[in-house]
Design a protein around this ligand. Structure first.
Ligand code: AN7
Length: 356
């Protein structure tokens, strides 16, 4: 019976990739068995683009986003260092994840979110996991500056992706992609907000080469939203605007990580319109994959690349779907027809379904 026990003992990204992460026997592992998410083949997007398109569905992490990979590392290391309080600024997913992992570790979690711009499900998560939630009258970038100041002046650990342990944890998603495909994809496509995740994937792919797990690197393509595209325009945006609130960020903390990944890999940082994000969101949902708006920026970006003939025929492409659609029920319902109310009898039901 050693087989199953070994597998059970390797749940969570820290245990699975122990030798590739900055942990030791002294590190208390705070985990919710994150990672090991599916890489789903997309028949429709493959036909549409002439490539082989795979979807890395990060919405299936314990709190519904990729943030859990970084948070298991950040909270474990904070606990190891004796920290009792953590803080983060967030467009929603970081705060949901921080709240859950801090709660598990018995730590106090403070979160600063931009007032009125966090999806309902994410706010619910931070609250239910017991975080001290403060809605800041400002945007994400202002909230992040305030949390940096708090961590400088107080005995508080900052768990935004400027914390290097976050990037370490998040790089494991690239390891999983390489493991599933047997090599790195030709093209890697993902949304970009604060740019921690693209920095992490690029680090992971490069390490996979050093480890002998892959003999190639992907070209890295990151997509911001048109109204929140500072890396594309080349300067910070004071009032970023997009329906994809998760990536409504005007001054990314890991800016150079994103440009390095794109430049060094032969890829690009570009942006997509809100309308295109919404179309990608709906077409993914029609294919059975429910993601949040920000996640759909990767598929909107893939379509832009296809329109620009940037996808070689038959190329292997991975699109990262960063968060679950249930995070933001308001958008899902807003774009759908309202359900009909019918009498509890078979006749009207069949009639309404055009089956009578
Ligand atoms: C679903 O939670 O910044 O480029 O505070 O939630 O690594 O910032 C979230 C970002 C993409 C962008 N998709 O990732 C936060 C936060 C989803 C996200 C991004 C976010 P980064």
């Amino acid at each position: 019976m050693t087989g199953p026990l070994t597998v059970a003992g390797k749940r969570g990204i820290i245990r699975r990739y122990l030798d590739q992460l900055p942990v030791s026997a002294a590190t208390p592992i705070v985990t919710l068995d994150e990672g090991d998410t599916p890489l789903i083949f997309s028949e429709r997007l493959s036909q549409e683009t002439g490539a082989e398109v795979w979807l890395k569905y990060e919405g299936l992490n314990p709190t519904g986003s990729f943030k859990d990979r970084g948070m298991t590392m950040a909270i474990s290391k904070a606990l190891e260092e004796g920290s009792k309080v953590v803080v983060c600024a967030s467009t929603g997913n970081t705060s949901a994840s921080a709240a859950a992992y801090a709660g598990r570790a018995g730590m106090v979690c403070a979160v600063l979110i931009p007032e009125g711009n966090v999806a309902l499900g994410k706010l619910a998560q931070a609250l239910v996991h017991g975080a001290r939630v403060l809605e800041v009258k400002g945007n994400f970038d202002q909230a992040l500056e305030l949390t940096k100041q708090m961590a400088d002046e107080q005995p508080i650990t900052l768990v935004n992706s400027v914390n290097p342990f976050r990037i370490e944890g998040q790089k494991t998603a690239a390891f999983e992609v390489v493991e599933a495909l047997g090599r790195a994809p030709d093209l890697h496509v993902m949304p970009v907000g604060n740019a921690g995740n693209i920095t992490a994937y690029w680090k992971g792919y490069r390490e996979a080469i050093d480890l002998g797990w892959s003999d190639s690197l992907p070209a890295m393509f990151g997509f911001q939203a048109d109204g929140a595209n500072p890396i594309v325009t080349g300067s910070p945006i004071a009032s970023p605007k997009t329906i994809a609130t998760a990536i409504r960020i005007g001054n990314p903390a890991s800016w150079s990580g994103a440009t390095d990944a794109a430049n060094d890999s032969g890829g690009r940082i570009s942006s997509v319109r809100d309308k295109e994000i919404l179309e990608a969101y709906r077409s993914l949902a029609a294919e059975g994959v429910f993601v949040e708006l920000a996640s759909a920026a990767s598929v909107a970006g893939l379509r832009q690349m296809a329109a620009e003939k940037r996808i070689p025929p038959g190329a292997t492409v991975v699109c990262v779907l960063t968060g679950h659609g249930l995070k933001d029920p308001d958008w899902a319902i807003a774009g759908a027809p309202r359900p009909l109310t019918v009498e509890a009898s078979i006749g009207p039901i069949l009639e309404h379904l055009d089956l009578a």
